[in-house]
Design a protein around this ligand. Structure first.
Ligand code: ATP
Ligand code: MG
Length: 317
């Protein structure tokens, strides 16, 4: 039982060619790039040579083919990514503002990715799953939420673990079913991987410490907060925390960094490494990811991470 699995949206992404380019006027976009937070996550797990797979659905079109081929090439089991002939593959458009903030336009609620169904989640498909990773971005439809909850129950019943990256996108918070689903998942999460500030948003507390106290009370075992260029910080329920500084790189496209960071930390779970070492690899994966245009393009192999760490050892933040 050593497989890492995830569930959720497989998308293509188009990136506005110019910083500050608006969505309400014609302009150039780069893409299609394979994308979708869970797809990026599992691609990074596959690149590290770990056994992994994904539950998802794509259309019977070039965008779906692009994703399935990439994931397969990188070692992901795509048996449970269904190809639907009555829907098109989901897509996302992203534009970066001058201050580095970004906006998305998603085509997901009416796309193939919203048609993941609970009957895809069979006992067999989860039998060797050690860790199920869930992304908040995937909780955009009743069907996907139901399927996600079924997968979580299945993995927990087998004695597996759940890792959860809330990955809150402001464009999605308006969906009422999402809030309830977030709370449901939080209560069954073992490893929580929020971005900076997200814990407070998620829990509605005044301070991060109160949010940490609350998630540990709910049963979470460890929390790794992603801090962008500053790296990451690990907390556990005993009150211990470990700061892992980020690496200095030229940021080109930050989308996908959090997914690569989380994937690396989770993928190295079964290896004989200290938490500090896992965090160093995760920071290296996140840093490499931001240097590449395209959300999945910066996923790293173990050899690439080792080489990166060796080259950047001196210039940690
Ligand atoms: P996203 O959801 O967009 O993928 P996130 O908010 O989940 O991102 P970030 O904190 O932005 O996650 O990035 C994840 C990790 O990637 C960081 O913890 C860090 O290790 C690395 N990272 C991100 N940005 C930079 C940067 N500019 N320089 C170096 N490392 C970075
Ligand atoms: Mg994130």
């Amino acid at each position: 039982m050593s497989k890492i699995m995830t569930i959720g949206e497989v998308l293509v992404e188009f990136i506005a060619a110019e910083r500050g380019q608006p969505f309400n006027a014609p302009g150039q976009f780069l893409g299609p790039y394979p994308s979708g937070a869970p797809a990026i996550f599992i691609d990074q797990v596959g690149r590290l040579g770990k056994s992994c797979g994904m539950f998802g659905s794509v259309g019977d079109d070039g965008f779906g083919e692009l994703n399935r081929e990439r994931l397969k090439r990188d070692g992901v089991d795509i048996e449970h990514i269904r190809v639907l002939n009555n829907a098109t593959t989901g897509s996302a458009f992203v534009t970066y503002h001058q201050d580095s903030s970004r906006d998305f336009i998603y085509n997901i609620t009416n796309a193939a990715c919203s048609q993941i169904t609970p009957n895809q989640i069979t006992r067999d498909s989860l039998s060797d799953c050690q860790i199920l990773h869930v992304m908040g971005t995937s909780l955009f439809s009743f069907r996907v939420i139901e399927a996600t909850q079924k997968a979580i129950r299945g993995v927990k019943a087998n004695g597996g673990l759940v890792s959860f990256d809330p990955n809150i996108r402001k464009e999605m918070l308006g969906l009422p079913e999402m809030r309830d689903a977030l709370n449901y998942i939080l209560e069954l999460t073992d490893i929580l991987l929020p971005s900076e500030g997200e814990l407070v948003t998620l829990l509605g507390t005044a301070t991060e410490q109160q949010a940490l106290d609350e998630v540990f009370r709910l049963g979470v075992n460890e929390v790794i907060v992603k801090l962008g260029s500053k790296g990451g910080r690990y907390h556990d329920r005993s009150g211990r925390h470990i700061d892992a500084p980020g690496f200095t790189v030229e940021e080109c496209d930050p989308t996908g960094a959090g997914d690569c960071f989380g994937a690396t930390y989770i993928a190295l779970f079964g290896d004989d490494l200290s938490i500090e070492e896992r965090l160093r690899y995760a920071n290296a994966a996140g840093a490499r990811a931001v240097t590449c245009m395209g959300p999945m393009e910066g996923a790293s192999s173990m050899a690439e991470l080792d080489e990166f760490i060796e080259q950047h050892a001196a210039d940690i933040h």
